[in-house]
Design a protein around this ligand. Structure first.
Ligand code: SF4
Length: 378
C-alpha cells in the first residue's frame, strides 16, 4: 500500500474484523470473558476511538489503555519543578504545547505564563537552541519529556549546544522509557493482560527486541503496530492468531516504518547523552526502576537539574495527587475514563484536573472527543 487512505479502506477493515471475530470465537472470547489487549501508546488509544474500532470489533476483545502518554505519566512534582524554573528571573522556558495545561500543585505552565513567566511553545528542541543563540543574556531551558520517540532530538540538541559551547542552554530532563513500565504492569497481580499492541513510533527508535522479555519471561504476545485503522486491526488479528496457536512472540506489523534493530543514529545519540536514573516516578505506577533518563555528567553544563539545583531524589517523590481523581487507575488500565468520578463533571478539557484530559494522547481526552462520553456515569 502507498497512500494513507489505503490503510482506511472499509473493505479491508471489514475483512479484518471478520477474521478477528473468527479467531475470537475459536479462542472462546466473550463479552463476559474477554481477551484484554493493552495498547501501550496513547496515539493508538486515540486511533481506536477516532475510528470507532472499540465498537466495531468482536465483543470478546477488550482494549485496555496503557501508560503510553508521556505527559500523562509525568508526576505532578515534576510540573511543579518546571514551574519553579520558569519563575526564575531571566529564564525562558521552552516546552511542547501538550505540557502547557497539565496541572501542577501550585499552577500549570499556562497559569505561570499568564502570571508573567516567559514560557514559549516550541516544536523542537532545536527551536530552543535558536532562542538561546538569540538571547545570550537569558537562560533558555527546554522541558525535555517523552519516550524514546523524542529522546534522540533532545540528545542531539545537547550535543549541538556542546559543540557551540552555548552556556545559556539547558534541558530539564524527564525522558522515560517504555519497556520498564510494561514489566511493572506484568508483575502487578491485579492486572490480567492477554497481549500488547506495541508502540510504533518508540519502536522506530529502539527496534522490536527490547520487548523480547514480554514473550520470553511472561509468555505474552506483543505486536508492534502502525496508527491507521487497518494497522490496528491487523495487529489485533496477529495477536489473536498467536493466542489461538498457543504462541507468544514479538511481531512487527509496522515493518514499513520500524526496523528490527531500531535507528542506529538515534540509539548512539541516546547512549552518548543519557544514563539511567536508579528509578523514576510515574503517575499512577509509582517508582519504576531504571525507567527514567538523566543527562550524563559529561554534559552537566546543559543539565537544568544541575544548573538550578533541583535534585530529583530530594524533591520529586511522594507528592499527593488531587483527591477524587482516578488518573493513576486509568493510567494502569484498571479503570476506564468514564469510571473516574471527576470525568465530565469536575474534569473537562476546559477545566482539567489530570493530564489525561488535556494531552493529545490522553485516554480521557480520547473518550471525551471521540467516544461520545461527555458525563460521568450515574
Ligand atoms: S477524568 Fe480527569 S481526573 Fe479523572 S482520570 Fe481522567 S484526567 Fe484524571
Amino acid at each position: 500500500m502507498k497512500y494513507a487512505t489505503e490503510f482506511r479502506d472499509p473493505t479491508a477493515a471489514r475483512a479484518l474484523l471478520a477474521a478477528i471475530a473468527a479467531r475470537a470465537d475459536q479462542i472462546g472470547a466473550t463479552r463476559a470473558k474477554p481477551l484484554n489487549i493493552m495498547e501501550i501508546c496513547g496515539g493508538h488509544t486515540h486511533s481506536i476511538f477516532r475510528y470507532g474500532l472499540d465498537k466495531l470489533i468482536h465483543e470478546g476483545v477488550e482494549f485496555i489503555h496503557g501508560p503510553g502518554c508521556p505527559v500523562c505519566v509525568l508526576p505532578m512534582a515534576r510540573v511543579d519543578e518546571c514551574v519553579d524554573i520558569a519563575e526564575q528571573p531571566g529564564v525562558i522556558l521552552c516546552t511542547f504545547g501538550d505540557a502547557m495545561r497539565v496541572p501542577g500543585h501550585r499552577k500549570s505552565l499556562m497559569q505561570a505564563k499568564a502570571a508573567g513567566s516567559d514560557i514559549r511553545i516550541v516544536y523542537s528542541p532545536l527551536d530552543a537552541l535558536e532562542l538561546a543563540r538569540r538571547n545570550p543574556l537569558r537562560q533558555v531551558v527546554f522541558f525535555g519529556l517523552g519516550f524514546e520517540t523524542t529522546t534522540p532530538a533532545t540528545a542531539l540538541s545537547i550535543q549541538q549546544a556542546d559543540r557551540e559551547n552555548l552556556a545559556n542552554f539547558s534541558v530539564f530532563c524527564n525522558h522515560i522509557t517504555v519497556p520498564e513500565p510494561i514489566r511493572a504492569l506484568l508483575q502487578d497481580p491485579d492486572m490480567r493482560l492477554d497481549g500488547f499492541i506495541g508502540p510504533g513510533h518508540v519502536s522506530m527508535v529502539i527496534g522490536i527486541h527490547p520487548y523480547d522479555f514480554i514473550a520470553n519471561d511472561f509468555h505474552k504476545p506483543i505486536v508492534v503496530a502502525g496508527f491507521e485503522p487497518t494497522d490496528l486491526l491487523q495487529s489485533v488479528l496477529m495477536l489473536l492468531t498467536q493466542i489461538a496457536e498457543g504462541r507468544a512472540a514479538v511481531e512487527n506489523q509496522y515493518a514499513r516504518v520500524v526496523p528490527e534493530h531500531g535507528n542506529p543514529v538515534s540509539l548512539a545519540a541516546i547512549a552518548d547523552v543519557y544514563e539511567r536514573r536508579p528509578s523514576f516516578e510515574w503517575r499512577g505506577l509509582g517508582e519504576i526502576d531504571h525507567s527514567g533518563l538523566r543527562i550524563r555528567p559529561r554534559y552537566a553544563a546543559f543539565d537544568a537539574e544541575e544548573k538550578f539545583g533541583i535534585g530529583y531524589a530530594a524533591h520529586s517523590r511522594n507528592v499527593p495527587e488531587i483527591p477524587g481523581c482516578a488518573c493513576g487507575s486509568v493510567m494502569m488500565g484498571k479503570l476506564k475514563p468514564p469510571q473516574c468520578p471527576q470525568f465530565g463533571t469536575g474534569c473537562t478539557p476546559d477545566m482539567p484536573l489530570g493530564a489525561l484530559m488535556v494531552s493529545s494522547e490522553g485516554a480521557c481526552a480520547a473518550y471525551w472527543h471521540y467516544a461520545g462520553v461527555r458525563a460521568a456515569p450515574v
